[in-house]
Design a protein. Structure first.
Length: 255
């Protein structure tokens, strides 16, 4: 009876909090192997999607220093995404974006993205990566429906084509916080840096981005921006309109 009471004391608070009692942690290293279980550094996975696919709500995927270039997600070409997060997990680097890179190296199949957080992943957090050199025909490099993306560098990405929305980040919800968005490009529809139809951008710097429409740095129709620098971005038909930083048709921008 005493043992049963102890088990209930552990399980009941977790249920009220909406959390799993214990999430499993997985590890990723450039020296890893996808045939290993990923449960320690000694048996780390080689690529990030292999670990994310195993990680349940409340778990953590921790990624060591290095350059992660492959996009091994199987299926149709538009599924070539480095990190697709569909549940409430934490994906983090060990030492931050200066030494941990998601790099598509401008692979020219037109379907490379760094990160997608789906609407179901309400408690997801992605932290501490540089996401770079992704090219996609229609979708932004980073797509956020919910959750948080923090302490990341998102640079040198491109969305091309007449329906492109956001050269770097597309936000329908969630939070982009403490991030540098730099040197990205959208062929059309604005938002060379960030395209917002919802969500929160906070404590970010959006600089040096380009768009084939107005709003070279930020295009927003909804959502909220706080304490964020948007500067030295370019827009217009030839992407040459100097300092075309923000195109705002809705939402709130706190200067």
């Amino acid at each position: 009876m005493e043992t049963l009471l102890k088990q209930l004391m552990i399980a009941i608070p977790a249920a009220f909090l909406g959390l799993t009692a214990s999430g499993t942690d997985y590890f990723v290293s450039t020296n890893g192997n996808n045939g290993w279980d990923g449960l320690s550094w000694a048996t780390a996975k080689r690529d990030i999607p292999s670990a994310i696919s195993l990680c349940a709500d409340g778990g953590t995927v921790t990624v060591s220093n290095g350059v992660y270039t492959a996009a091994p997600e199987a299926g149709a070409p538009d599924y070539r995404t480095h990190m697709r997060v569909t549940n409430s997990i934490l994906v983090q680097s060990v030492n931050g974006p200066d030494v941990t890179f998601i790099d598509s190296n401008y692979a020219d199949d037109g379907y490379r993205r760094a990160l997608v957080i789906s609407a179901a992943a309400t408690g997801a957090v992605v932290r501490g990566f540089t996401m770079m050199r992704c090219v996609h025909n229609t979708d932004a490099t980073v797509s956020i429906a919910t959750g948080r993306v923090e302490n990341c560098i998102i640079r040198f990405n491109r969305t091309r084509g007449s329906t492109s929305m956001g050269g770097s980040v597309y936000m329908a919800g969630g939070t982009l916080r403490n991030c540098l968005v730099m040197g990205n490009e959208a062929d059309c529809n604005g938002g060379g840096g960030v395209y917002m139809v919802g969500g929160l951008v906070e404590n970010c710097t959006i600089v040096g981005n380009r768009s084939g429409f107005t709003g070279g740095g930020l295009f927003m129709s909804a959502g909220e921006v706080r304490n964020t620098i948007v500067s030295y971005n370019f827009g217009g038909a030839n992407q040459t309109t100097v300092y075309d930083n923000v195109r705002k048709t809705g939402g709130t921008f706190h200067y």
